[in-house]
Structure formats: C-alpha cells, structure tokens
Write a protein that binds this ligand. Structure first.
Ligand code: SF4
Length: 280
C-alpha cells in the first residue's frame, strides 16, 4: 500500500474530499488561480534547480527557465493561462536575481521517493505501507548539512497559526534523515502572486517534536489504510467542520450528493480526470 503526504492532507481536511481527489481522481476543469499558478511556478523552479544541479552557472540556469516559460507561452491561439505564467515567471526571476546560490549545492530536485513506514512503527497493519513523497528541493550546505525546502505559490499570506502547524517540510526532514541525509533545517519559500513578495519561513525541530510528529502521522496513515481496505466509497463521510468547505473544489458534487441527488452530470461537465499519480 502506498500513501502520499497529500493523501494525509486531504484525509484530515475531509474524508469526502479524499474520496473525490484520490478514489475518483478528479480535479476541476477550470483549475483555481492558485493551483494553476502553483503548478507553473513549481515547473519553472524545477528547471532552474535542475540547471544548477547539472553544474550550470546561475545565468544559464535562468536561461533554461526562460526557454521553459516560452514553451508554455507558445501554445497557438489565445492562451488564457498566459497571465498566470507571467506572474509566476516574474516571481521566479526575482528569486533568482536576489538570491546568493554560492553557499550551497543542489542535492535533490523533485525526486519521488517511497519511504517504508515500518521505519517509524512496528504496527503489523502498516508493515507493508510505503509513503510516497517528493521534496521540491534539497540543498547541501557547508559542513555536510542539508536543508529541505518546499515552495508555495500563494495568493494570500499564511497566518502564524497556520505556519506553526504546517508539518510537510518537517516530515520530509524526518524521512530524509532516516534515509541517511543530515537534514538540520526545513523551510517553506512563499511566492505571493498578489503582492509579488517572496519570503522564507525556516524551521528547526527538536527530537521530541519529531517523535510526536511521527506518531501523529502514523495514526493518520493508519486511518487511510483501514479506509482503503474496505469502506464503500459512496458512503465516505463529509467533514463536520464546514470551515474546510469554503475552499473545497468539490463543494458542488458533494452538496448535491448530500441532498440525495445524482451528481454524475456535475462531475462529468465540471471535472476532469487527474492523471497525476500522488502515490508512485
Ligand atoms: S464541500 Fe466540505 S464536506 Fe464536501 S468534500 Fe468539500 S470539504 Fe468535504
């Protein structure tokens, strides 16, 4: 069984959301602004970091980003996503122009791993479970220390409360350390598409915090494994926390089905199959 971090995020937000996203594997035909910008922004950053990893000077790695952005733009006819691309391209260029890349080397770029969960638990139910995870970039600093970094393209700054409780980069730090990397820092780099500001939120983790995070994560994965093993998906429950519904892509089919209606037409016309494999 493979479970990805994004599955745990969806599951904890709302099991029904998990059902649409990971059982039916659907996404809206019109992706939201944030999602569309995020996908393009990550694509451009990936090209840049791969250039550095290949040993290119910063200017040449930046040129790779320009070529990739042009490929996105060169779609024939009117391209409604052009504005999104220009925003994120501007931000990525700003990041490149204002950052000193000489103090570290790029160790890993968008590499997908499968981490055996039995490294964290001896629960027999989880003995064959692997965690699929893809760190955006892992940087090797002087002294053999590593930083794992995640990029977020956001339209609204995160609150301190949200930042305090964001576990993704810390979990990746735990996985990578178990794999033999000496990761001592995790960070999130925010690219704000409304204000054009770039900020970094750095984090460090005590061993005790790491153990608590592992424990919480294992419990969430356990719930998903039990769900995958047998519950009828049509009966997947909705969250009672309606706050999670305001930004949910699946509000329309979810509400129709909650009223006992057939949502197949809504799903057919407003959603498409998501071919992205979260777990491989
Ligand atoms: S609308 Fe609310 S209850 Fe329905 S899937 Fe989304 S988060 Fe869950």
């Amino acid at each position: 069984v493979i479970v990805s971090y994004s599955e745990t995020l969806a599951w904890d937000s709302c099991p029904r959301q998990y059902h649409y996203q990971h059982d039916l594997k659907i996404i809206p035909v019109d992706l939201s602004d944030a999602l569309s910008k995020g996908i393009k922004g990550h694509g451009l950053l990936q090209y840049f970091y791969q250039g550095l990893q290949d040993g290119l000077p910063v200017a040449e790695a930046k040129e790779r980003v320009r070529i990739k952005a042009k490929q996105y733009l060169d779609v024939p006819g009117l391209n409604p996503e052009m504005a999104d691309l220009l925003v994120v391209w501007g931000l990525v260029n700003q990041f490149i122009d204002t950052t000193d890349f000489s103090s570290y080397e790029v160790a890993i770029v968008e590499n997908r791993y499968l981490f055996p969960l039995n490294r964290f638990t001896d629960d027999p139910l989880l003995s064959d479970v692997q965690i699929g995870f893809t760190p955006d970039v892992v940087l090797k600093r002087k002294g053999g220390f590593y930083t794992v970094e995640d990029a977020k393209f956001i339209g609204r700054a995160w609150s301190q409360k949200k930042l305090n409780r964001f576990p993704q980069a810390k979990l990746y730090e735990l996985f990578l350390n178990d794999m033999g990397y000496n990761v001592t820092r995790s960070s999130i780099r925010f690219f704000n598409t409304k204000t054009n500001k770039i900020t970094v939120h750095g984090e460090s983790m005590t061993p005790q915090e790491g153990e608590i995070l592992k424990r919480d994560f294992v419990k969430t994965v356990r719930e998903i494994v039990i769900y995958k093993a047998g519950i009828h998906h049509e009966q997947t429950r909705r969250t009672m926390n309606y706050n999670n519904c305001q930004y949910c892509f699946f509000e329309q089919p979810c509400t129709a089905e909650a009223q006992g209606k057939d949502a197949s037409k809504i799903i057919k016309h407003l959603f498409k199959r998501n071919d992205y494999d979260y777990s491989a």
